[in-house]
Design a protein around this ligand. Structure first.
Ligand SMILES: [Zn+2]
Length: 245
């Protein structure tokens, strides 16, 4: 495996030898299932063209515990397995796993601590969405698919330094007051949240799709936001009636 040795702003914490949440058998099963889910979802980032080299990460809250599972730092996507995933507590400290966690772990942990409804977090530098972030411009809600998924524009949060929990603070602060599960971080990229990690991955895919289409439309002329009442009706229908019930 081509794991890069622990380096950068998030030095390895020695694994906690006996975190209370790791002792119970059912919690161990939940951790194992979450490791598998998070490893598999990283392949979706590659499949959907959302990441370059080792950038980007997925995490999930371990159901029924105060733990999260996240990608190791600087490991190639092709080398990610359930075993290489890192288990951390909700302060971002590693409790299980051989490798150092993603340098964004403290921010993922901040989001889980402050958004109890969130079960999954995704971060990418996906191309079109990050182009909007580079301009510091929210993506206006000009398409039915955006109203369905985001319930309005995709907002932009402030620039925040990498390595601590400042990015998490910016994500939580920007998403409060928006229905959007996606936020652009100025001069950086995209964070998405969901009830599950799969929902957060879907939001990352849909965010990039919307960013691309609205960009292409903007080349040909002005785009017009949908009226708020239409956005509300579309969002309500999609969130409550669409799909198999
Ligand atoms: Zn990043």
């Amino acid at each position: 495996m081509s794991a890069v040795p622990a380096a950068g702003p998030h030095p390895a914490h020695p694994p906690h030898p006996a975190h209370p949440a790791m002792r119970a058998g059912s919690a161990t099963d939940a951790v194992d299932r979450t490791r598998r889910t998070v490893a598999d979802l990283h392949a979706e980032l590659v499949r959907n063209g959302l990441v370059a080299w080792t950038s980007g990460n997925v995490s999930a809250r371990v159901p029924g515990t105060d733990l999260l599972v996240i990608k190791p730092s600087g490991v190639a996507y092709a080398d990610l397995t359930a075993e290489t995933m890192v288990v951390c507590d909700l302060t971002g400290a590693r409790v299980s796993g051989e490798l150092s966690p993603s340098s964004d772990t403290a921010s993922h942990a901040y989001i889980y601590r402050h958004m109890p409804q969130v079960g999954g977090v995704v971060h990418t530098h996906s191309r079109y969405a990050t182009a909007w972030a580079a301009r510091g411009e929210p993506i206006p809600c000009v398409l039915t698919a955006m109203a369905d998924e985001f319930g309005g524009e995709i907002p932009v949060g402030p620039f925040a330094p990498i390595g601590g929990e400042e990015i998490g603070h910016a994500v939580v602060a920007t998403l409060s007051g928006h229905r959007s599960p996606a936020v652009l971080l100025r001069s950086h990229g995209v964070f998405t949240v969901g009830a599950t990690a799969r929902d957060a991955v879907k939001a990352a895919v849909m965010c990039e799709d919307a960013a691309c289409t609205v960009h292409l439309a903007s080349i040909g002329g002005q785009v017009t936001p949908l009226p708020p009442d239409q956005i509300d009706a579309l969002y309500r229908r999609y969130q409550n009636e669409y799909g198999q019930r």
